[in-house]
Design a protein around this ligand. Sequence first.
Ligand code: HEC
Ligand code: HEC
Ligand code: HEC
Ligand code: HEC
Ligand code: HEC
Length: 596
Amino acid sequence: MTILGGRAIRAVAFVGVLAGATAAAELLFPSKGTQPGGLDGGFPFDDIDTTCVRCHSQAAVVDPTGYYMPFDTWLGTMMSNSMRDPLFLAALTVAEQDKRNIGQWCIRCHSPVAYVNGDSLPGNGSALNSLDDEGVTCEVCHRSMIDTTDPNSPYEWNAQITFDPTDTKHGPYSNPSPFHATLQDPFTSTSMLCGQCHEVKNPLVNLIDSQGNDTGLPFPLDTTFEEWSNSAYNGATPTTCQDCHMNADAGTVRVARGGPTHDNPPLHQFVGGNAWGIAAVYSTLADGGGFLSGLFDGGYWALISDAGYPNAYLAAQSAAVANLAGAATVQASGPTGTVPAGTPFALTVVVGNLTGHKLPTGYADGRRVFQQISIVDATGTENVIIGAYDTSTATLATDPQLRVYEAVQGTFDGGADNHLVRHNTIIKDTRIPPTGFQATTDTVPVATTWFNAGDGGYVDFDQGQYTLTAPTTPGNATVKVRLFYQPTTREYVEFLSTTNQSDNRGTALEQAWNSTGQAAPILMVETSTSMTVGPPPPDAGQTDSGSPTPGPDASVTDGGTTRSSSGCGCHSGEGSGFLAIAAWLSFARNRRLRRG
Ligand code: HEC
Ligand code: HEC
Ligand code: HEC
Ligand code: HEC
Ligand code: HEC
């Protein structure tokens, strides 16, 4: 079959007429928004490195120690790296194996520039250039606009974005830039800007519901926008994606060289929970310095190397860890009276969702949040009872009482699997709904009753009860409850690697994963409750069976002495950066300097 070049596709899409059967086969489905070639004759997309960075970066401003400009905060995020992400690339190859040229659909979101410039075919990404690799670039958001000639614009899914054909940058401010046209556009500050991509629906496969009925709806792979828009956050005065994902910088600062100062401008620190992904991308950039100095040849590297752009990745990673710490609440209540040693007792745990969508949301395959329960006995020894994670094998111990929040997709006939372009059914969705959630066919919890409010609606928390066994040593004990977020699992990485029959992206992913702690769970929040353990009941002396069964993690440990802060060998936020801690400290210092 002939593979069409970018030019041919442009011509086809631009005039809206299919030139022939081959072209029709290559454009897998019709869509709206700016099409390949749609900016031909207009203003082409700019290269960030040579344009925006000259004015919207730390390097460009008078204050060389500051670290808050759009470019600085954006660079280390997953959106800046969405086309270099080794997990994405490995999944793209498997998708292409399953359905040739479906990759054009993937690439349209992960690099809208590539789609519009006609580089998204072949679907495996072999026609991409370095401009396309810049991912979700500045102009993707700042030239995105409502198409006033199309009453249905904007589209809340599949990156059907309309781009301003001129150089005009749409944004929140009314004052013009002396260097490029600007337009104060309320659209930039709406959740819909984000919803254009954070709602992923496979246009080729319909959703089959749990009864086996074809719903006629395109299969919903990611539904972050829909979860948000059907929650209390989408009220009369909405709490937007930007409100939570672009924290205000504290201070009065410039956001451009030559521009005025602004009070508390929003930071471009678009982070979710995927702190590992940032490290994984960074690990693939051969050597951080080489990549980054290549990016900034033209003298900028010399200006910025003091604070150092590797810090951009570290800062984004730290911001993601901090974001996770504010994403949920955990409460635990244990027994009030004395519990005889070695006897069962009940523990109630409530986990509340503070995010504006499900917890977790977005990409389903491999992503999960789980609870971990441990008991510190009277001798000070901590044993993980439920939710033990063994970092040496990257596995989570199974337990019938374990509470995992995740979505599992697959096919109605075949069950769970990781071939995402074949998914046609949701097998399980136990992610915690947001406040005021109204379920839709796409977003209804599946195979769980955890969130049922009793009136047909859903609550924004999970209240569960465990039956545990008191320690054998009488005295004061503490039950600890921790909530962990895991960006991806061993099973998913191994699937993408072993299923790959086409290129080295599976191996590259495995290498990145191995060199970055194998995406170990990240501690979100923890709480504890104390209990009093009494002497064992008179008739219980015969065995030791009442003692807590140590999880696999406990069996591979150092006796619990050095694990007091996390108890599971997982990343705990502090000091877990993928770069030397010294680099982080220098970032923190620079930031303080600016404030002082
Ligand atoms: C030569 C300097 C310069 C360059 C290069 C430059 N900008 Fe600007 N830009 C400015 C100034 C100055 C402002 C006004 C800033 C303000 O209001 O604080 C501005 C404002 C903006 C705004 C805010 C618009 C609004 O109305 O809210 C956006 C968005 C923007 N620029 C994006 C970009 C992007 C994207 C690029 C690269 C393609 C870029 N700029 C390149 C100097 C520049
Ligand atoms: C994912 C979308 C997105 C990307 C990518 C993005 N921006 Fe923005 N930017 C926004 C939004 C949204 C606002 C306004 C936020 C608000 O209203 O709270 C904004 C605000 C701005 C502003 C004015 C206020 C401020 O925060 O500085 C400038 C200047 C700007 N962006 C430049 C850039 C540049 C340069 C890049 C690339 C390095 C970039 N943006 C990348 C979404 C984006
Ligand atoms: C052009 C499509 C596009 C637009 C518009 C867009 N995003 Fe994204 N976003 C992506 C892609 C693709 C990724 C994932 C990249 C990856 O992990 O490989 C992503 C990742 C993210 C992440 C990180 C997720 C994680 O797992 O940690 C956050 C947070 C995020 N986006 C928020 C936003 C917000 C807020 C807006 C609007 C201001 C927005 N995005 C607009 C495509 C987009
Ligand atoms: C009330 C605050 C809030 C609002 C509103 C909000 N988010 Fe989030 N979001 C968070 C927090 C906190 C996290 C980190 C927890 C997590 O990763 O699930 C997060 C995580 C994410 C992630 C990472 C996925 C994951 O679960 O790992 C993406 C992507 C994202 N948000 C996109 C969006 C988009 C798009 C919108 C608007 C449609 C939005 N968020 C609205 C607070 C919010
Ligand atoms: C409509 C836009 C869109 C389309 C189409 C799309 N994605 Fe994504 N993708 C996203 C967004 C947004 C995220 C981030 C969501 C999150 O982090 O929760 C993401 C995240 C991912 C991730 C997780 C990355 C990480 O580091 O955790 C993988 C893998 C991925 N996409 C693969 C694909 C593949 C393969 C295709 C095509 C078959 C595809 N995507 C199509 C928007 C899209």
